[in-house]
Design a protein around this ligand. Structure first.
Ligand SMILES: Nc1ncnc2c1ncn2[C@@H]1O[C@H](COP(=O)(O)OP(=O)(O)OP(=O)(O)O)[C@@H](O)[C@H]1O
Ligand SMILES: [Mg+2]
Length: 267
């Protein structure tokens, strides 16, 4: 049975713009799903629907078989910009969701020790040990993004929504973060929805990749990725890996050609 289910979801923003139309998606518990597609095709919009931040105009989102009616508690999010709070230390930033989580805040206040240990473990698994008391401005962009992944996971969410979390990083740091992400995923097996423009990133990390077409956003193509985990970075240089990346690129390229032809611009 699907853990996250989108059934015929359409979303029209207040200005009348139809951002996504007729999107149906089934995501299994523990599945790592990628959403890729041209800029403006509605990827972030779909994340907002899944998280309960935006109700669909029609259709329905369910989690655990329950209709999503408002922001879901058991969710962790990370974005392109880490949005850490500069007046807090790294550790205090990572602990932040515990202060507001209805599920954890009382236990955290009563006895923070187990949570501090969990935060230190998370930090160790992404190579941030020793930076607990550092301030945000003392960290590189990659380190801030590692901290933001720890923050997204500290309250043990069942669902992790990632909106281009690695796209502001240089290529080497990005690949390091893919591996850190894989370690975190294998520890807890949350259900992950990753929005990215980087097709190599999607193929390296995901079990299933959905490509979207735009105006309005729809699911155009779905590709399973069966490589066993843990996946070594060398995998990204293999032919069968490159083959899937090319296949996805052609799908998205085909959609872009269609759009520009429709606009009369030509391919
Ligand atoms: N709050 C809003 N009000 C009106 N239109 C919006 C709003 N948010 C997004 N849109 C429009 O809806 C469409 C989908 O936006 P969305 O941010 O979901 O795209 P995206 O696929 O995440 O794009 P990108 O890859 O550039 O991040 C875009 O055309 C955008 O301009
Ligand atoms: Mg977006």
């Amino acid at each position: 049975m699907a853990f996250i289910q989108l059934s015929n979801v359409s979303l029209r923003y207040e200005n009348g713009y139809l951002a996504v139309e007729g999107v149906s998606l089934s995501i299994a518990q523990g599945e790592f799903v990628g959403l890729v597609g041209p800029s403006g095709c509605g990827k972030s919009t779909l994340l907002r629907v899944i998280s309960g931040l935006r109700p669909p105009s029609s259709g329905e989102a369910t989690v655990h078989g329950q209709p999503v009616r408002g922001p879901i508690a058991s969710i962790g999010m990370a974005f392109q910009n880490p949005t850490l709070m500069p007046w807090r230390t790294v550790l205090q930033n990572i602990l932040l969701p515990l202060e507001v989580s209805p599920q954890h805040k009382w236990a955290f206040r009563r006895n923070p020790q187990p949570y501090l240990e969990a935060a230190r473990e998370l930090m160790a698994s992404v190579g941030l040990s020793g930076f607990e008391n550092a301030r945000v401005w003392e960290l590189s962009g990659g380190m801030q993004q590692r901290a933001s992944l720890c923050r997204a996971l500290i309250h043990q969410p069942e669902i992790l929504l990632l909106d281009e979390p690695f796209s502001a990083l240089d290529a080497f740091t990005r690949e390091e973060l893919w591996q850190a992400m894989q370690v975190l995923y294998l520890q807890r097996r949350p259900t992950v929805v990753l929005v990215t423009h980087d097709l190599r990133e999607a193929v390296y990390l995901c079990d299933t990749i959905h490509t979207m077409s735009s105006r309005p956003g729809r699911i155009a193509y779905t590709r399973r990725v069966e490589f066993p985990r843990p996946r070594p970075l060398e995998l990204t240089y293999q032919d069968d890996f490159a083959h899937i990346v090319r296949e996805l690129r052609e799908q998205i390229g085909g959609m872009r050609t269609q759009i520009s032809t429709l606009r009369g611009v030509g391919p």
